[in-house]
Design a protein around this ligand. Structure first.
Ligand code: ADP
Ligand code: MG
Length: 426
């Protein structure tokens, strides 16, 4: 008899952001067909917001009055949550803003976080539609847990580094290239990664660069301290009778599309639409946070200085891929970091050295479906758990992705911040 998103000081309406173009372009019909009635029956008041362009969600949550919302939930792929997380971390009040419970409903082609939370709930792998229903159910239950974020510094201009926040992954080499190249297969949904992997295998190449990391052992005591403090405040739950506090919210059945051309029918909502939160603006492209709001990165030194002496510098400089993960799944069928949990405060670093055969690499990806790749004794694969890392690619052009989104290419470093966000899960 416990449920939803409300803490004493929060009203309990959910802002449900839908990217109508994600996945096969069916996110909205998937929502109305599979999830909406569940939320209505569970009495979860929600306001649907259809994004109109890239960065719309980011801008919206950056400006929103968060006291009005019990949770921010996205129905899309991981890319839309990436916008929401960064929008929150770009706020002056980021420390409080990032406490807003976040939720995810898989509506995209890359639904890695949704697959991860389904896995954490103890359930077996399922089809895409069942995954959506499973995540809808978690949303109705509304239990909130802590989630790690990584702070990512991009330093093509070391004197003026930019920073963004990531909940899932940092990738370079094979995986990042597949992510980008498989965009053209988005009509096949989650299978786009399998197709992209096969195509990229045919033109397998070597990526040169320097990789360094801070191993976990160096700060083990700190890990124990953090984990014991987090477990005390891990879960939040409230009453299922929770009702929207006032008519200022759309009812759960009202589809609200706050745009200039099609204003919402709800007068109260239109007055919201006319404030800054919903106004179209000229936003910068998918970019990093130049003002460096957010927590200090105590483990990192500036990118133009050598890494600290307690870091490990990887001797090899020829790679096939580098993948840093903080959740278990890289995609619905890619169980890339089996040991990872939502808030372990760890970066699970996987890299593959050059020299691996196509067959061996294919075998690794096939094993990844079951999460057995790390036990495969592949001599080219290295897996280690770290707190921070730095990658300096040597080639002037290439692809780096953060949470599946392409970011500025160049030297990059990351540090994990254990449990600083909150996610509706279990
Ligand atoms: P998918 O998993 O299908 O790629 P994502 O949620 O990752 O779905 O979204 C893909 C990209 O689309 C992201 O970069 C996101 O920021 C962007 N995006 C969000 N809303 C819109 C929109 N209305 N129109 C175009 N792009 C959008
Ligand atoms: Mg983790």
């Amino acid at each position: 008899n416990r449920v939803l998103y409300s803490e004493v000081h929060r009203p309990c309406s959910v802002m449900l952001l839908v990217n109508p173009h994600s996945g096969k372009g069916q996110a909205l019909s998937l929502f109305t067909g599979h999830v909406q009635h569940m939320l209505n029956e569970a009495g979860v008041p929600h306001t649907l917001v259809i994004t109109e362009r890239q960065n719309h969600a980011r801008e919206l949550v950056r400006e929103a009055d968060l006291s009005q919302w019990g949770a921010l939930v996205i129905m899309s792929g991981d890319g839309l949550l990436f916008e929401v997380v960064n929008g929150l971390m770009e706020r002056e009040d980021w420390e409080e803003a990032i406490q807003t419970p976040l939720g995810i409903l898989p509506g995209g082609s890359g639904n890695a976080l949704a697959a991860s939370i389904h896995h954490y709930s103890g359930a077996q792998p399922v089809s895409s539609e069942e995954l959506l229903v499973s995540c809808g159910f978690l949303l109705c239950k509304g239990l909130v847990s802590r989630m790690d974020l990584a702070s990512i510094h991009l330093g093509s201009s070391p004197s003026n580094p930019t920073r963004l926040f990531s909940f899932l992954s940092l990738a370079w080499g094979f995986v990042a290239d597949v992510d980008v190249e498989s965009e053209k297969y988005r009509h096949v949904g989650a299978a786009r990664f399998t197709m992209g992997t096969l195509v990229r295998l045919a033109s397998l190449r070597v990526y040169k660069g320097r990789l360094a990391y801070l191993p976990v052992d160096e700060v083990d005591g700190e890990e124990e301290d953090r984990q014991s403090s987090v477990s005390l405040e891990e879960m939040t739950s409230v009453s299922p009778q929770c009702q929207p506090p006032s008519s200022a919210f759309c009812s759960s059945t009202l589809l609200c599309r706050p745009s200039k051309d099609s204003p919402c029918q709800n007068a109260a909502h239109n007055s919201r639409n006319s404030n800054n939160a919903f106004k179209a603006k000229n936003w910068e492209p998918m970019s990093a946070n130049a003002t460096l709001t957010g927590p200090p990165d105590s483990l990192l030194v500036p990118l133009d200085q050598p890494v600290p002496s307690d870091w490990v510098v990887v001797p090899e400089e020829d790679f096939v891929l580098m993948l840093a993960m903080y959740q278990s799944h890289l995609a619905k069928d890619l169980y890339a970091a089996p040991d990872s949990t939502l808030d372990d405060g760890l970066i699970h670093l996987i890299y593959v050295r050059a020299g691996i055969s196509r067959t061996a690499l294919l075998r690794l990806f096939l094993a990844m479906e079951k999460g057995t790749h790390l036990a495969n004794n592949c001599p080219h694969l290295v897996y280690t758990r770290v707190r921070a890392l730095r990658l300096e690619p040597y080639s002037p052009k290439g692809v780096i992705t953060v949470d599946g989104e392409v970011v500025e290419y160049g030297p990059v470093q990351a540090q994990v911040h254990g449990g600083i966000a909150r996610l509706i899960t279990r």
